[in-house]
Design a protein around this ligand. Structure first.
Ligand SMILES: Cc1cc2nc3c(=O)[nH]c(=O)nc-3n(C[C@H](O)[C@H](O)[C@H](O)COP(=O)(O)O)c2cc1C
Length: 274
């Protein structure tokens, strides 16, 4: 069994999984991904931010508009305040580096103003979506780059729990929104995390047209529930059906932990979203 297949088996929680297609070192690195929430007390490499920015900015960006920005936070007091705003997640305060990825329409607005040109295209929901997409692509390049350096990270969607307070903490101008945070540090070797299983690709991949019956979705979800139970038991986690957990996550507006107000908050942050 190759390492690739070992990782694939962990990824799908199935000892029978084998990769039938091409493989290489980059694919192995992608398969090895896991979120890291416990960090070693070890300084980050010199110039890390330069490397991560080059990787992030090498991602594609819609029409080369580059409607995203990032705020790097290393100040302990600011990280602690942001941790409190993100539901008290300890790893936000403890990670040596916290990146906040922004959907940022303000730069294009300023460039337009400098040219005394109207920029009504920025008022549309489409422009906001571009900012979200650009920020996500840049962030994932960052994750791949940092993992290749032996670092670990965890996305922090909870930065959207209290977007106005987070925007104030970072002194964001209007039309600037934290899409998510990313905690970064060396993984604590004493508390290593494992590859977390996913749904089988059959449940995700449709061929030619979307066809739920053809992919056998119900069976795939049941199989995944069983795989997640095995994973949870092996990790000493609370044992719960994934399918029940995710339905609970969308079972009420309150379950969105403040994010059900997002449209209203975005308007307050200056996004018109027409
Ligand atoms: C956009 C986004 C937001 C996330 N927000 C959080 C978060 O606030 N806190 C956290 O501990 N993990 C967060 N995660 C990590 C996910 O829980 C994790 O990626 C998922 O459980 C799969 O685990 P893995 O990354 O180890 O494969 C987030 C992931 C993404 C992509």
């Amino acid at each position: 069994m190759t390492d690739t297949n070992a990782m694939l088996q962990a990824r799908y929680g199935d000892p029978q999984s084998l990769l039938n297609g091409p493989q290489n070192a980059i694919i192995d690195a992608l398969l090895a991904h896991r979120s890291v929430r416990q960090y070693a007390d070890k300084p980050l490499p010199e110039g890390l931010l330069d490397t991560l920015m080059a990787a992030a900015q090498s991602a594609s960006t819609s029409s080369n508009l580059q409607v995203w920005s990032v705020v790097a936070v290393q100040d302990d007091a600011r990280k602690a305040r942001l941790s409190a705003l993100a539901g008290g997640q300890a790893h936000v305060a403890k990670a040596p580096l916290l990146l906040l990825f922004l959907a940022d329409l303000s730069r294009l607005r300023r460039i337009g103003e400098a040219q005394q040109a109207a920029t009504p295209g920025l008022d549309y929901l489409e422009s906001f979506v571009l900012g979200i997409v650009d920020a996500a692509l840049a962030a994932q390049n960052t994750v791949v780059a940092l993992e290749s350096l032996g670092l670990g990270s965890c996305y922090i969607g909870a930065m959207r729990n209290k977007p106005e307070e987070v925007a104030a903490e970072l002194n964001l101008p209007p039309e600037c929104f934290v899409v998510f945070g990313l905690t970064i540090g060396y993984p604590d070797p004493a508390r290593e995390t494992e590859i977390r299983p996913r749904l089988k690709p059959q449940a995700i991949l449709h061929r030619e047209q979307y066809d739920v019956a053809a992919i056998g979705e119900e069976a795939a979800v049941a199989e995944y529930d069983a795989a997640m139970h095995r994973f949870q038991d092996s990790q000493g986690m609370r044992s719960i059906d994934w399918s029940r957990q995710v339905v609970g996550r969308v079972g009420s507006p309150e379950a969105l932990m403040g994010r059900h107000r997002l449209r209203e908050v975005l308007n307050k942050l200056g996004f018109k979203l027409i």
